[in-house]
Write a protein that binds this ligand. Structure first.
Ligand SMILES: Nc1ncnc2c1ncn2[C@@H]1O[C@H](COP(=O)(O)OP(=O)(O)OP(=O)(O)O)[C@@H](O)[C@H]1O
Ligand SMILES: [Mg+2]
Length: 232
């Protein structure tokens, strides 16, 4: 359903090709600066001037409007502008914008509350995003991505600010999303999470995919030789 072909961006990404089946999860690992976030930004339509192509269900991403892209791909960035003055509930209601149908205010509220309840952020709905902790912001962003309704979720280090209990909860939640039919691209430096969630792992090094690991062989990511090759 998602096909990335010969994607090259400046000197940061080089001839990246892979495809992803519906309802699967691919993780991207690689050391700091290897190009993971840049790759997600290309797939999310934030960076547009790359060479090569990103196709979703055969349709070239670059032929779609931002709103159309948002209806098929939700992106949870690694870092966000922390000065968002909006209240959490206002921010989450905005996440509903790619839908072509107009929701009533009551419907919006219900949808936001349902997701907020699942993510256990109901108590944050009236707080301003700029006053939240890093972990709280991450939960809000994931909630927003879910509300957006897209089938493909791009998650850039979605648990990096969470404490160990919240990490587990959110990973369970992300697994649940996959079981509900979402397709996930997951970027993380947490290899336990990578092992637990991935059907496949792509290893990025200096902007190139240097290794693809299938689920059956995933334990290799804990081997010293692999770690040195990827992260040293
Ligand atoms: N807008 C930009 N202009 C120039 N260089 C950039 C830009 N964005 C990223 N880079 C560079 O591209 C490289 C890849 O960055 P990217 O953020 O994709 O890495 P990453 O793999 O996500 O790293 P991390 O694990 O630290 O999040 C880095 O060397 C970075 O400095
Ligand atoms: Mg990054």
């Amino acid at each position: 359903m998602l096909q990335v072909k010969d994607l090259t961006y400046r000197k940061i990404l080089k001839n990246i090709s892979f495809s992803l089946k519906k309802n699967s999860c691919v993780s991207i690992v690689g050391k700091n600066g290897s190009g993971k976030s840049t790759l997600l930004k290309c797939i999310a339509g934030i960076i547009k001037d790359f060479e090569g192509s990103v196709k979703i269900e055969g349709i070239d991403l670059n032929s779609l409007s931002s709103k159309e892209i948002a209806s098929v791909v939700s992106y949870v960035p690694q870092l966000i502008e922390k000065r968002i003055e909006l209240k959490v509930k206002e921010f989450l209601e905005l996440s509903l914008y790619p839908y072509s149908i107009k929701f009533t205010d009551e419907e919006k509220k219900t949808k936001v509350f349902e997701v907020a309840e699942k993510m256990e952020i109901e108590n944050l709905l009236d707080r301003r995003v700029c006053n939240l902790s890093g972990g709280e912001v991450q939960k809000v962003l994931i909630s927003g991505a879910v509300l957006q309704g897209a089938d493909i979720l791009l998650l850039d280090e979605p648990t990096s600010h969470l404490d160990i209990y919240r990490k587990k909860e959110i990973m369970n939640f992300i697994s649940g999303l996959r079981n509900m039919g979402k397709t996930i691209i997951f970027v993380s430096h947490n290899l336990d999470e990578v092992r637990d969630i991935s059907d496949r792992v792509l290893v990025l090094k200096d902007g190139e995919i240097v290794k693809e690991i299938e689920k059956g062989g995933i334990e290799i990511i804990f081997e010293t030789q692999f770690l040195e090759f990827v992260y040293a």
